[in-house]
Design a protein. Sequence first.
Length: 417
Amino acid sequence: MTRDTDITPSGKADSAAADGGDTPAPHPTLRPGPFDPPVELGESREQQPVRRMRYPDGHVGWLVTSHSLARSMLADPRFSARSEFKRSPVARPGAEPFYGAPALGGWLVDMDAPEHTRIRQRLAGSFTARRMREMRPGVDRIVDGLLGDMGRAGPPLDLVSHFALAVPSAVICELLGVPYGSRAEFQRNSEILFSLDATAAEAAAAMDRLSAFLRRLITAKAGGEDDGLLRALVRDGTLDTEEITGVGVLLLTAGHESTSSSLALSTYALLAHPDQLALFKADPELVDNAVEELLRYLTVFHFGVPRTPLEDVEFGGRLLRAGESVTVSLPAANRDPARFADAPDRLDITRKASGHLAFGYGIHQCLGQNLVRMEMRAALPALFRRFPYLALAVPPEEIPLSSDMSVYGVHRLPVTW
């Protein structure tokens, strides 16, 4: 067994390049349409569900595309999530300051147990299904207020800025105890962090600005009385200021970016599938199921999840060497016919889509998954009730897709009614 302290980012990758017997190819990025992942991902899943992949820095690692193997790997403690070992599967200069180095304080997505466990345990109670039920009336009020603003503004307008981004920004601010008036600042810096085009210097500066903003807020909360999560963490005293700052940045950025993308892209998908939209509007009992299917079908984390074996591992019939990079493709896993047998490339809101991996799996499964579900269940039905004749205001080819972001969606969604 190789000790994890012996692993380096370069590992044994190039010496093992011939082990797989297949020619390493880069991660595919070209989509055949706005809702479907690259065709090559499906081909890899059918032909070699664990295959060689060449990373942008020349490192040769692996791509995992089947649902069963993806789930198995994400639950396997032999595969590390630590940032010291991570590589981006696609060119992303903005990740350079954070990959290949120890995790930032509180940045639990880049940690393994026991540090990951220690921090996550302090947060889990704020994201339970019970807590989401308690939050739902407040979220409904936020949604109703924004829909009223849309109605007064009149069409056409951009659904992203007026609704899909506004809803989760307001909700995460309320949950954390962050002033909603500061949203322009954190939205701008968050966009830089998630951009594939941002330079290393731009991303580092954006992280510094966000950390300074949260640090000032946390310091002020030391004597405050609000009920937000940040104040609760200060009062708890288990995490230090830098850890609470990191947690705050992580939840603030991921908490609005992922939900915003899911809301906007789900709206676009329903508008593009009128039969499914008709079912959605006709049967309120379908809402929960529809949300799961939209999460599966769209899978906004479109470049997957990075993992690194801490020892040599026989996996899926291949030998994965300690230190090699692995990308677990969530979009490919969620279109796997072995798990979703009935036309998985088709949107079907009557499908039983439970078991999808849109939020990952294992100990690193998205902490905020219940929050995302609750916001989508509140926002999407309310949107189509208020505007039953909602439609695209431009031809589909004019909708700017956010393929240049690590979270997929649309930059703008012009709508009318």
